[in-house]
Design a protein around this ligand. Structure first.
Ligand SMILES: [Zn+2]
Length: 207
């Protein structure tokens, strides 16, 4: 792609670093911004800058938050002894949308994936194990996507805590095997969390 302007080229290059945005789309977006009032681009740049500077991760559940303890963890009406283990904030949002769950979350920040070089130490697993060992968790719900990486992650955590006094369950699989949680419809996902099953039963079902 030949550019008549270095400024344009730089903006297109940065935009094209985003996932799913090729050079042509990046050019279209940048030209669109140029046609809009200058304030719009400034607000976009400022929003991204503020996001990076001020975003926090909840000290308890590791969810993305504006404050040290997220709204869900800080809510006294939520069941503090019930903890749902999820991959990232998109899963929290998906489960919250069902209005079927009143416990807390633990956001791992990904899943174990040897292919992508992601090991247990790259995820917030240690803090979860410590939380369980401190005795404050009554039931742990595994709600990772039903993929090989999700199952591996669930099993790794389960191994660390299986000698502890608590109930472990996993969401019922109205969710198709191989589906990402965030793409499940609200009713299916809501039913899956209400009708969750003991984690050990799911291990037997998988052979
Ligand atoms: Zn939190």
């Amino acid at each position: 792609m030949e550019f008549s302007s270095k400024l344009l080229e730089n903006a297109v290059y940065e935009m094209s670093q985003l996932p799913g945005v090729g050079k042509r789309t990046a050019l279209r977006l940048v030209l669109h911004l140029l046609k809009q009032p200058q304030g719009q681009t400034e607000r976009l740049a400022k929003a991204l800058e503020n996001l990076r500077k001020e975003i926090k991760f909840c000290s308890n559940c590791h969810n993305i938050s504006d404050v040290a303890l997220c709204e869900i963890c800080a809510n006294p009406k939520r069941d503090q002894g019930l903890v749902c283990v999820v991959e990232d904030i998109r899963d929290v949002m998906a489960i919250e949308n069902t209005s079927q769950y009143n416990g807390l979350y633990h956001v791992l920040g990904g899943k174990i994936s040897p292919m992508e070089g992601i090991g247990p130490q790259d995820l917030s697993i240690q803090s979860l194990v410590e939380k369980v060992k401190s005795g404050e968790v009554r039931e742990l719900i595994f709600a990772m996507s039903s993929t090989m990486e999700g199952d591996t992650t669930n099993f790794y955590i389960y191994k660390q805590i299986q000698d502890q006094e608590l109930t472990t369950s996993t969401i019922a699989r109205g969710i198709a095997v191989g589906d990402e949680l965030e793409f499940a419809d609200e009713i299916t996902l809501g039913r899956s969390i209400v009708q969750r099953i003991p984690f050990e039963t799911s291990l037997k079902a998988n052979g």
